[in-house]
Design a protein around this ligand. Structure first.
Ligand code: SF4
Ligand code: SF4
Length: 191
């Protein structure tokens, strides 16, 4: 922007189209330094220490992870789990792919197959021959859980899913049907 000389020709202004009444003056803080500055710094330090000492009575809050785990909120969305019917043991998933369609990260792969009446895998006409979730892409939004019409997939409270290899983060149907494995390296007794 081109600077122009003010109307009274005393100063250069980057906003020559503004009148004096349009200008809002900013209230500035006190100048730093000097005795008043030291007094203010001391006051602010005391205010900070008040917070520190107020917390001391709460005691230590360190959690000895991984032996102790932080409890998660009931709505926490962790690792997915596929479910079976308790009575028949059949898989609830019928391979409809609604979860895959709802997934914004495009990280669910479902390949459906027709059920053999002699050897049923699921209670529906079809079952998921392949069901995979790429957890390295998943954003844990929970849309898959909401989209499933049969409550076949839910999100649990397991959050220990780190791994050394990306390909190990592709969870297969067998892994999702199983209980989450306990990956936490717990110390042996007396260690
Ligand atoms: S939680 Fe969200 S991102 Fe993850 S698999 Fe389900 S729909 Fe996809
Ligand atoms: S988990 Fe649910 S929505 Fe996804 S394919 Fe199976 S039945 Fe369909």
């Amino acid at each position: 922007m081109e600077a122009k000389l003010n109307a009274d020709k005393t100063d250069w202004s980057p906003f020559p189209y503004l009148d004096d009444q349009d200008v809002i003056s900013v209230q500035r803080g006190p100048e730093p330094g000097g005795l008043p500055g030291a007094y203010r710094a001391f006051g602010e330090t005391l205010r900070g220490l008040k917070t520190t000492f107020g917390r001391i009575i709460e005691g230590p809050v360190t959690i000895q992870y991984p032996e102790e785990k932080t409890p998660v909120y009931p709505r926490f969305r962790g690792r997915h789990k596929l479910h079976r019917f308790e009575d028949t043991g059949l898989e609830k998933c019928v391979g409809c792919s609604l979860c895959a369609a709802a997934c914004p990260a495009d990280c669910i792969r479902v390949v459906a197959e027709e059920n053999d009446p002699e050897n049923r895998v699921s209670a529906g006409e079809r079952f998921a021959e392949v069901y995979e979730i790429n957890l390295s892409r998943c954003i844990f939004c929970g849309y898959c859980e909401v989209a499933c019409p049969f409550d076949a997939i839910t999100m649990g409270h397991d959050y220990e899913m780190s791994d050394y290899n990306r390909s190990d983060l592709i969870f297969t149907k067998e892994m999702l049907l199983a209980e989450p494995i306990d990956r936490t390296p717990l110390r042996s007794e007396g260690e």
